[in-house]
Design a protein around this ligand. Structure first.
Ligand SMILES: *Cc1c(COP(=O)(O)O)cnc(C)c1O
Length: 370
């Protein structure tokens, strides 16, 4: 039987047509389409400012750099996340301090995070796992008490609502990813949102080699030949080509998300009575769901193999960062995170998944006896 992948982008002729239109203008790099995508994101997210980047990791690095992280600083981040949340912290010279997540949501455990704050703590990074918003009220309260900056890793959470507003305007900065399998894709891409007028200009300069004024001329598909360089910067800007794909994808957001939610609810119903599994706690209200994850009480790796033999893909999101060599390999012990790592399994979920494919996954899971 044909393989059912865990994730795959849902892209089509609309995205191709948008790229073709960019080709015809001859302006492939950052330009007016990048600006159009930023404006569309601003409206979609209800954010004050949006700075588009070439990927989500670059967005996080720009965010950490712009708030002035440096060697000696500490940043609290869940270990249970993609390593792309952590590498940009260490890129600034700051030290990641790994905290636990909640067992039933996989989101940051605010009490555990609080217990790890020291005089050196400068920032906290809530990761909205699967797209489900963290307890941002708790995070913001903690940040206020201790004078911390909040950088949201919203790579999974584009479009999700928290208390009536879309994720992207709660912390000081929120970072999104538009990589190939994320909820909205640009091919590759990312974005930072902020409410802080003071940070916008710095983010825009740092995005393109610290060059002043360049952003404005490029938005009009022009270049400025005379400029000054005012700060350490990078080449992290988003091209017109990538932005064109993103614009086409944003228009499909509602259709894609409702299909994914309906598949996830089917999974929930079908798996609820099986005691070999535990479902995660999911609030479907206002949710933009990125992945479907179940907890397997015992024998997760055997189940992966069982599914593979039936041409059904599955995945493990993610290996906890504190287990990596670079981050000290077990120097800290995080019992909840380590247990979760043994149990989690990501099942196929993507907008173009057919009913037949969903049925195949459901019957394979029900058939597995441990
Ligand atoms: C995808 C992802 C990123 C980074 O995004 P890229 O666009 O792939 O660089 C960061 N954090 C998390 C949790 C992610 O899943």
């Amino acid at each position: 039987m044909a393989l059912i992948p865990v994730q795959r982008p849902s892209i089509g002729k609309e995205e191709l047509k948008a790229v073709e239109a960019v080709f015809k203008t001859g302006w492939l790099g950052m330009g007016s389409v990048t600006k159009e995508f930023e404006d569309a994101l601003k409206a979609f997210l209800g954010a004050r400012h949006v700075v588009a980047t070439n990927n989500g990791t670059a967005a996080l690095h720009l965010a950490f750099d712009s708030i002035g992280l440096k060697p000696g600083d500490e940043v609290i981040v869940p270990s249970f996340t993609f390593v792309a949340s952590v590498q940009p912290i260490t890129a600034t010279g700051a030290k990641p301090i790994f905290c636990e997540v909640e067992e039933d949501t996989l989101n940051i455990d605010v009490n555990d995070a609080a217990s790890r704050i020291t005089k050196r703590t400068k920032a906290i990074v809530p990761v909205h796992y699967r797209g489900m918003p963290c307890d941002m009220e708790g995070v913001m309260k903690l940040a206020k008490e201790h004078g911390l900056r909040v950088v949201e890793d919203a790579a999974h959470a584009i479009g999700s609502y928290y208390k009536g507003r879309r994720i992207g305007s709660f912390g000081d900065l929120a970072c999104f990813s538009f990589d190939p399998i994320k909820t909205v894709t640009c091919g590759e891409g990312g974005a930072i949102t902020t409410q802080d007028d003071g940070l916008l200009d710095l983010l825009q300069r740092k995005r393109i080699l610290g060059i002043d004024r360049d952003t404005w001329s490029r938005y009009q598909n022009k270049r400025s030949w005379f400029y000054d360089v005012t700060t350490q910067g990078y080449r992290y800007h988003m091209s017109n080509i990538n932005a064109a794909i993103g614009l086409a994808q944003l228009k499909k957001f509602d259709a894609h998300n409702s299909r994914k939610l309906s598949i996830a609810k089917t999974y929930d119903q079908e798996f609820a009575g099986l005691d070999r599994f535990q479902l995660l706690r999911t609030d479907y209200n206002g949710l933009s769901l990125f992945m479907y994850i179940i907890k397997v009480r015992e024998g997760r790796d055997r189940l992966m193999k069982f599914l593979e033999e039936r041409d059904i893909g599955s995945g493990i999101h993610y290996i906890p960062s504190h287990l990596f060599t670079l981050y000290g390999k077990n120097k800290v012990h995080l019992p909840v995170t380590e247990r979760l790592f043994e149990q989690i399994l990501t099942l196929p979920l993507f907008p173009d998944m057919t009913d037949d494919q969903v049925a195949r996954v459901v019957s394979a899971i029900k058939e597995w006896k441990g």
